[in-house]
Structure formats: structure tokens, C-alpha cells
Design a binder for this molecule. Structure first.
Ligand SMILES: CC(C)(COP(=O)(O)OP(=O)(O)OC[C@H]1O[C@@H](n2cnc3c(N)ncnc32)[C@H](O)[C@@H]1OP(=O)(O)O)[C@@H](O)C(=O)NCCC(=O)NCCS
Length: 177
């Protein structure tokens, strides 16, 4: 594990040239987090090259992403915006949150989540939802951060059917101290 002075871990808005570093963190963290949860073939098939293309196009399109850095290195990131599932009474959504395995459990995920909640509030969202795989232990992180389990759904993702849980924050102003 690489220890980082959490206060020094810097959070900033991502720019299109961050696409490759974000893709590297995404693939590395995704494979570590979902081993044993998603089929091996799904984990192996994921490629950094295709993720770079996807993140570059999202960032060029103006999608909101925050990154946390250790010096010049991106070690975590999160994406957010309007809730994509209109039938749930939550205005904002955190789409992604990934902290590189070497930097987990040092408070960076919490700082990124709170920074995204503040950014959502600035964009006019008072509530937010996050979807997480039911089998992913990171759901306990969302419970620690005050999220309430408010929904579940089955999604066909990455070639398999998976159960997801929705965690909701009704008042970001209370949860984003
Ligand atoms: C989930 C994730 C973003 C959390 O980030 P992190 O930097 O490791 O978490 P933090 O150090 O900020 O933890 C904040 C609190 O949550 C708790 N927590 C973190 N992960 C936890 C887990 N898996 N189970 C239980 N509690 C957890 C911590 O103990 C801490 O509480 P404490 O201060 O009372 O000790 C990160 O572990 C990660 O990227 N995981 C893999 C990818 C993933 O699953 N992302 C979510 C996809 S929706």
C-alpha cells in the first residue's frame, strides 16, 4: 500500500488529457474489485485502449469528472451528473467512484464522494443516488457515508445479468459536510 497524506491528496476537475490515466485506474481497480463477482472472461476482455477512447469522448463531451492526485499521478476519480433513472426521486447521481487499490482505505474515496456531492449541490441537485453491484463490498462504504438502501434492479452488464443496489442521499447538504 502506498501511504498518502490525505490532506495532501489533491482533488481537481478532470480534463480530456487525463483520459489515459483515468482509464488505467479504472481497469486496474475494476479488475481488483470485481474478481470473483464478474466472470473472468469479462475481466480479461476489458481493455485499457477501449477505456481510453471512452473516457476521452466523455471528457470531450463535457462530462463532469473529479480526480484525486498524488503529485502528478491520478490515483482515483469519480463521475457525476443528473440522475439517469427518472422514476426515482433523486435529482443527482454519482456514476463512478474508483480509488486505485494501492491508495484505498486512506480516506480518499470519502473525500472524492463529498467533493462530488458539493459539486452536485452547486449544479442544483439536493439529492443523489449511486448504484453498486449487490455483491460488491464497497456498498458498506456507502452505508458508512450515510447512504440509505432505497432500490434494487437487475441489469444486463458486461455480458452478464447482475443485481444492483441503489443507495440514496435525500439531503446532500446534510451528508456532504
Ligand atoms: C469503494 C471505494 C471508492 C472507497 O474508497 P476508499 O478510499 O477505499 O475509502 P475510504 O478510505 O475513504 O473509507 C471511508 C470509510 O468507508 C469505510 N469503508 C471503505 N471501504 C469499505 C468496505 N469495503 N467495507 C466496509 N467499509 C468500508 C472505511 O472503513 C471508512 O470508514 P472509517 O473512516 O469509519 O474507517 C474504493 O475502495 C474503491 O474504489 N473500491 C473499488 C471500486 C468500487 O467498488 N467502486 C464503487 C463502484 S460503485
Amino acid at each position: 500500500m502506498r501511504m498518502l497524506d490525505v490532506a495532501a491528496g489533491n482533488i481537481r476537475v478532470a480534463i480530456p488529457s487525463d483520459a489515459s490515466a483515468i482509464a488505467e485506474v479504472y481497469v486496474e481497480t475494476w479488475r481488483a474489485a470485481y474478481a470473483g463477482i464478474l466472470p473472468d472472461r469479462t475481466l480479461v476482455r476489458m481493455s485499457v485502449a477501449s477505456q481510453i477512447r471512452q473516457w476521452r469522448s466523455l471528457l470531450n463531451a463535457g462530462d463532469a469528472v473529479l480526480v484525486v492526485t498524488d503529485g502528478a499521478e491520478i490515483v482515483g476519480f469519480g463521475g457525476y451528473g443528473p440522475n439517469r433513472e427518472r422514476n426515482l426521486p433523486y435529482s443527482g447521481e454519482v456514476y463512478t467512484l474508483y480509488v486505485s487499490p494501492d491508495y484505498q482505505n486512506q480516506g480518499l474515496g470519502r473525500r472524492l464522494l463529498r467533493a462530488m456531492f458539493k459539486a452536485l449541490q452547486r449544479d442544483g441537485h439536493e439529492s443523489a443516488i449511486i448504484w453498486v453491484l449487490a455483491e460488491n463490498p464497497s456498498r458498506f462504504f456507502y452505508e458508512c457515508e450515510g447512504g440509505a438502501k432505497i432500490a434494487d434492479r437487475n441489469e444486463f452488464l458486461w455480458g452478464v445479468s447482475v443485481r444492483e443496489l441503489g443507495y440514496g442521499w435525500s439531503f446532500l447538504s446534510l451528508g456532504a459536510a
